[in-house]
Ligand binder design. Structure first.
Ligand code: NAP
Length: 427
């Protein structure tokens, strides 16, 4: 007969409360909810108060509880508490991407030493089963690329901008709909996506990659103008997390906004949806699309993990999902080529394109397209004698180094008012 699992929750906010509801409803007879650790016992919640405690030890030291679900978020007290739970031989399911991205090695090691399991499917992509797919279903593959729209908030903002809303308007709408936090920094600067791609890269390539090693650029600086120009060129703009393996020790892990050819499936993933594309030697290409956040989809991932652990027999020891202290350093040592889209704000005068062309040619950069248009923003008072123009160009593939060198020289040209937007093309 299957052992009944008694569950303790660390945290009972958005996600914790939804998980508690499912457990209290008794729809999964093999799981029994015991207690949830929270900060504020007086906060209004939709679960009976006898399930709540503000003392973590009530859960960590309860010998009846065999599995902890950590949904506190952040590093502390989450790290200290999950380590203690693992040392007390309790299995762990977590939705905390920051915790796993930064402290995965320590957590997996503690679980390994104590013969208990750690599952983390809810840390990336909410309800999309991407982590378990990489760890289980794609195990026979050599995965060479994982690319994802990993943050629903920024995807919503970019989608609204594609529809003509300004960045400020789109952000406000995202906040009103509850998609963006009052302080949206982690989403807008790509930090949330950075944690997620660091986790995916670590698991897909079998080597721990810390979020500090991930190149990261957010979506600030992109304007509706860029969406219009991108559309004319046949592209969409998306914030992507990209982990790519070129050889055993040559890995790139980056987050940045990209132009994506409009006909590619990723270009059509809009609003708050997330999508993750995996390329492997056997599977070729796999695209998973779904709700990247929200209480119910995330509960689906968490409870799925709980049931997977329960299914394992006691004799099965936990395994490390990746090596630690590997000498592999991502984003080091070799150059990657990209096509670049650049939007410059320039003085509308003769010779700008000629001077730009000379610099690009000196740096071995050839152009796929270039266009200049007069720019009249009635909202901006123009004290300048010279009119302003928008100059956009799309390069053929060029090394990042050559591009940076050329850009440095371009910035010194007198008619260049601003290098307003630079986007790489995701091929
Ligand atoms: N929201 C989503 O859609 C989503 C999706 C996927 C993954 N996740 C991840 O799931 C985790 C939880 O997210 P959430 O949206 O549920 O967060 P949340 O609503 O802020 O809930 C956090 C919970 O942790 C408790 N808590 C925080 N600090 C504490 C402390 N020092 N001592 C005791 N309790 C503390 C809070 O207690 P009080 O209730 O008393 O304040 C609250 O119950 C995060 O790691 C997040 O990244 C969230």
């Amino acid at each position: 007969m299957q052992e009944i699992f008694k569950i303790g929750l660390l945290g009972c906010g958005n996600i914790g409360e939804a998980v508690a509801h499912e457990l209290i409803a008794g729809k999964i007879p093999s799981l029994k909810f015991k207690k949830a650790f929270v900060k504020d016992l007086n906060k209004k919640r939709n679960i009976p108060t006898n399930f709540l405690t503000d003392k973590a030890d009530d859960i960590l030291n309860d010998p009846e509880i065999n599995l902890i679900i950590e949904v506190l978020g952040g590093e502390e007290p989450a790290l200290e508490l999950v380590i203690k739970a693992l040392e007390n031989k309790k299995h762990l399911v977590t939705a905390n991407k920051e915790l796993i991205a930064k402290h995965g090695p320590q957590i997996f090691e503690a679980a390994y030493k104590n013969g208990v399991q750690v599952r983390l499917d809810a840390t990336v992509g909410g309800g999309i089963p991407i982590i378990n797919t990489i760890l289980d279903s794609l195990k026979a593959n050599e995965i060479n690329e994982v690319v994802g729209i990993l943050n629903g908030t920024t995807n919503y903002i970019l989608t609204q901008m594609k529809r003509g809303h300004s960045f400020e308007q789109a952000l406000k709408e995202a906040q009103e709909k509850g998609y963006a936090e009052p302080d949206p920094t982690n989403d807008l600067e790509g930090i949330d996506a950075k944690y997620k791609i660091a986790i995916l890269a670590s698991l897909a390539f079998g080597n721990y990659i810390s979020p500090d090693q991930v190149f990261c650029q957010g979506i600030k600086g992109i304007s509706v103008l860029d969406f219009n120009l991108a559309k004319e060129l046949g592209f969409s703009i998306k914030l992507l997390g990209i982990a790519k393996k070129f050889a055993q020790d040559q890995i790139k892990v980056k987050v940045y906004p990209c132009l994506i050819p409009s006909k590619k499936p990723l270009a059509r993933i809009d609003d708050v949806l997330n999508a993750i594309l995996v390329r492997g030697n056997l599977i070729q290409e796999l695209l998973l699309v779904g709700s990247g956040a929200g209480a119910k989809p995330t509960s689906s991932a968490i409870l799925g993990d709980v049931l997977s652990i329960q299914k394992l027999t006691d004799s099965l020891k936990s395994v490390m999902p990746y090596k630690i202290n590997s000498s592999i350093t991502p984003n080091n040592g070799f150059e990657q080529n990209y096509r670049f889209y650049v939007r410059l704000m320039v003085d509308d005068q003769v010779g700008v394109i000629r001077d730009l062309g000379n610099i690009l040619a000196q740096n071995n950069i050839s152009l796929e397209s270039i266009s200049q248009k007069a720019y009249n923003d009635e909202n901006i008072e123009n004290n300048n004698q010279t009119e302003e123009a928008i100059l956009t160009f799309l390069t053929h593939e060029v090394s990042e180094n050559n591009f940076e060198l050329a850009l440095k020289q371009v910035r010194t040209l007198k008619p260049i008012r601003e290098v307003a937007c630079i986007l790489r093309v995701f091929e």
